[in-house]
Every structure is written in C-alpha cells, then in structure tokens.
Design a protein around this ligand. Structure first.
Ligand code: EPU
Length: 419
C-alpha cells in the first residue's frame, strides 16, 4: 500500500503547469463512440480514471492508442460489445457516460448501475428519465440498465436539478437523434462546454452549451475530431489554495482564470493576493487569513470539488467561517481527519462551522475520496511536523504527478510503498 509523507511548514514558491481536465476528458472519450472515424485527443491527463475509461472503451472494441505527449487516438469503427461491466463502472461512475453514445449509434446498451459512492447516493434517475423521453425503453435487471431504442427521437428534457454527467450523457445521445432536443436547466460547467465544442467539430448541431438551455438538432452521421482538452480547474484551484495557506507565491501556468472565478472571489475576500493573465494566475499568500463563508453550488457557483480544500484554508483564518455543502449529502468525510490534525470544526447537517486560527499539526490520516485526499495533502503542507496520508490511490484518480509538482515548488513530500 502506498502512502504520502509530508513534512509541513514550507512556504511554496515557483511555477506549476496545470494538466488537462479529468472531467472534460472523460465525456470526450465517450464521444468517440459516436463515430466510425478516427479521433485524436490531446492534453489528456495521465490518471487512473482515464486509464479505467480507456479500458472500458477497449472492452467495447475500440482501438485506443496512447501516443506520445498526452495524445490519445481512438478508433471506434469496430465496436462489437455494447455492455459496460460492473467491475469498471463500480470503480468509476463516469463509465455511465457510454450509455448515451452507445444508445444513439447502436440502438442499445447495457451498463451496470453505478450504485452509491463515498460522497453520496448519486442516483442516475435524471439520465434515465432523459433517455426515456427520447423514446428509449429502459429496464433494470440484475444490477444493469438495459436501454433500447431503434432510433432516438429529439425531446424536451427538463432537469429538476442541474446534473453535469446527466447533461453530457443526453447531449451525447441527442446529437444522433431524429429531430430537435432541448435540455433545460442544463449544467453550465466548462467541461460541458468543452464536450459541446468536440461534438460541434464532429458535425453536431448544438447551441447554448454553457447556458441553462441547450438546443440540439440531431444529424445522421458524425465525423472524427482532433481536440485539445481544457486545463483542469480543480487542479488549478488546489494549487491556488496551496499558495494561500503556505504563505507562498505560485505562478500557475496553462490554466483558464475565468473558469475559477468563484474561487478567486472567495480567496480575495480571505485576503489572498491574486493576479490573472490570459492563461496564468499568480497567487500570493498572506500571513493573516480572514474567515469567509461559502455555499457550494453548480457552476458558476463555488464548486463542491473545491469545498474540502477551501476548508483547510479556513482552519487558519482569524475567526469562524461557515461552509455549506449543497451538492452531495456526504461530502464532509475529511472533517474527522482534519480534526485529528488539530482543526476545530463542528457539523450540523450540511453545514460545517470552522473555528479558525488553529495551527494544524502533522498526523497519520486516511483519504476517503479524491478531493478529500487533496484536502489532506494541503493540510499536511500547512501543518507543523509530519503527516502520513494512507489510501492515496484516490488521489491518483484525479491529480497528475501531484508529489512531483509540489516538490518542484519546494514542498517536502514523498510517496512510500508499504508492503
Ligand atoms: N443527481 C440526481 N440524479 C441524477 C444525477 C444527479 O439526483 O440522475 C444529483 C446528484 O446526486 C447531486 C447533483 O444532482 O446531488 C449533482 O450531481 P451531478 O450529476 O452534477 O454530478 P456528476 O455528474 O455525477 C460531476 C463530476 C464530479 C463533481 C460533480 C458536481 C464528472 C465525471 N464528475 O459528477 O466530480 O463533483 O459533477 O460538480 O464530471 C470529482 O472530480 O472529484 C467529482 C466527484
């Protein structure tokens, strides 16, 4: 089992380059299913979730080639299997994204039901309701979703709650459906917009991605694409907070400042100095952090994927801050671990009260999910003494070369293997 060991208390300084976005790359990999032509995806991050998705595509019959320089080619001209097995879906819920494109191109799909996950129940009812309104017959049998539709037809779909992968799955289905689809109360995340750009390159007719209403007029065929994945906004935010809480100075390269606006505003309210340029950000920490309240919400609101990391910063603020999690019902698992490091945090329902100005001290801690792992790394960097983080495999799902990147900024951080 691998662990990450950090000797905290170093001020981080230097430059870091942000990798491609995991949550943009996954639906874009799913989009390759829509065509029998070859596709090229660039700036693909080297992550476990990407490997899992590539394994899934390979099991369907896709030829995936990992070329040099984060370039991946995918050829789905010989898809022969329409089933996504439990083994792959249970390790990564985003595997459910193959449902839309398989159904649209081949008229049927069998995908394992994802089940619960460490951060909440995470149902897929809205995906299924959308497919049904496009004419698909859905059956749940033996833990699998079986969907069939000779030819999907355009439909009006209203989400009673915006869902990121739900919006993406239905876009992936609607592009080849007969007629016009309207997705209302759609997710507006930059990853949805990146997927729309890819689909448009393939010849799809899509308007409104990035707004509440996405209009898609189905086409008969789609062609191959060549696309460069956008930078990861959650990795960007994680390094911004690292600068803020180590009183550091970090220049973050290859990022899109406009995609982290909600975080910039909160960090500035906390007293952190931030300068933005076209594709870079400069973040300078301050000795004195002010408390800031926040509520997570769909984009362009404050991302749930940054809540745990921001909470670490608030443990250092002079005063009390209130953090409310509104997207997932069980996304406070990191709090128990932060308390072991000396944080003073109490929870009431979906709200955490963080009493700041406590100096964190190093401790052995355990990661419970991807973003909780990042939060514990940040806590370890800020803490006095040694922090050992177990279950780091969560981290490898979504952060590329994280120890190397933090080491290059002056952190004392290493990965060890315990057999
Ligand atoms: N929801 C439903 N029914 C559905 C779908 C969603 O009730 O059919 C609810 C969820 O339970 C949740 C809310 O809607 O309360 C929003 O969930 P959403 O569907 O938007 O989440 P997701 O698509 O499963 C993506 C990211 C997550 C990120 C969330 C929220 C990917 C692959 N995953 O998940 O990323 O937290 O959006 O922004 O894009 C991560 O990267 O660590 C991660 C968990």
């Amino acid at each position: 089992m691998q662990q990450i060991v950090i000797q905290g208390g170093k001020s981080l300084k230097g430059k870091v380059r942000i990798s491609g976005s995991k949550n943009a790359a996954l639906p874009i990999l799913a989009a390759t299913i829509l065509t029998d032509k070859k596709n090229i995806i660039r700036n693909v991050p080297k992550l476990r979730d990407i490997d899992t998705f590539c394994r899934l595509l390979t099991s369907l019959g896709t030829k995936i080639k990992k070329e040099t320089n984060k370039k991946v080619s995918a050829d789905c001209s010989n898809i022969s299997n329409l089933e996504a097995p439990y083994d792959l879906v249970k390790t990564m819920r985003a595997s459910f994204l193959v449902m839309g494109p398989l159904l649209a191109r081949f008229g049927e799909a069998k995908v394992s039901l994802p089940g619960g996950c460490a951060i909440g129940a995470r149902p897929i009812n809205l995906h299924l309701k959308g497919f049904q309104s496009m004419g698909a017959k859905i059956k749940i049998k033996d833990g699998y979703v079986l969907a069939k539709a000779k030819h999907l037809k355009g439909a009006k779909i209203y989400f009673d709650q915006p869902t990121v992968t739900g919006t993406e799955n239905l876009m992936l289905a609607a592009v080849l459906a007969k007629g016009t689809s309207l997705i209302e109360n759609a997710a507006k995340e930059p990853e949805v917009v990146d997927l729309a750009k890819v689909l448009i390159k393939m010849g799809a007719n899509i308007k409104g991605a990035g707004t509440d209403t996405i209009k898609i007029v189905g086409v008969a065929h789609l062609k191959g694409f060549d696309h460069n994945i956008i930078p990861d906004r959650i990795e960007t935010g994680t390094f911004m907070i690292a600068a803020a809480l180590t009183n550091g100075e970090i220049k973050i390269l290859n990022c899109i400042p406009g995609n982290v606006k909600a975080l910039i505003v909160k960090l500035q309210s906390a007293g952190v100095e931030i300068t933005t340029k076209d594709n870079s950000l400069f973040v300078k920490g301050k000795h004195s952090i002010k408390p800031v309240n926040l509520v997570t919400s769909p984009y362009p609101g404050f991302p749930t994927d940054m809540q745990a990391q921001f909470m670490v910063l608030m443990t250092m603020a002079k005063g009390t801050s209130i953090i409310s999690e509104t997207i997932f019902e069980n996304r406070f698992m990191h709090i128990a671990e932060l308390k072991r490091m000396g944080a003073d945090i109490s929870i009431e329902g979906h709200t955490a009260m963080v009493k700041g100005a406590k100096k964190l001290s190093g401790a052995p801690v355990m990661a419970t999910d991807l973003r909780a792992s990042a939060c514990l790394i940040l806590a370890g960097l800020a803490a006095k003494g040694k922090t050992t983080i177990s279950r780091v495999y969560h981290l490898d799902r979504g952060y590329e070369k994280i120890e190397e990147k933090f080491s290059a900024l002056g952190a004392s951080i290493k990965r060890i293997s315990n057999h």
